[in-house]
Design a protein. Structure first.
Length: 114
């Protein structure tokens, strides 16, 4: 590999905890949500959901979600809802947004006006 080669996309997932301007907890995600990393996303949602009415997941830094990752995001949404918390995906990367639109999950998972 030469020094001028194109960097490979980030294969792992990192999640930072932040608070939005209105005080809502936010998971800021970077990398990919795949069969290898999706458990981490679901675990973070499950740990925060019982203490909050709403939880935001900023996916601006997530450029790829595979079918397993999409299923886990939906499972995390359902788990949060069961705990009385609404999970909203915000600032969704355009590639991931296309996937949500194609699968008709955009209206369910994305925050209105975000």
């Amino acid at each position: 590999m030469s020094a001028n080669s194109i960097p490979t996309p980030q294969r792992h997932l990192t999640i930072e905890h932040r608070v939005s301007g209105d005080g809502t907890p936010m998971l800021v995600c970077h990398g990919r949500i795949t069969s290898e990393t999706s458990g981490q996303f679901k675990s973070e949602v499950k740990s925060l959901a019982p203490q909050h009415q709403q939880l935001l997941a900023d996916l601006s830094g997530v450029d790829f979600v595979d079918s397993s990752g999409l299923g886990t995001v939906l499972a995390a949404y359902t788990s949060a809802k069961s705990a009385g918390c609404e999970l909203k995906l915000v600032k969704v990367h355009p590639y991931v947004k296309d996937l949500l639109i194609i699968t008709h999950l955009s209206a369910i998972l994305e925050g209105q006006g975000q």
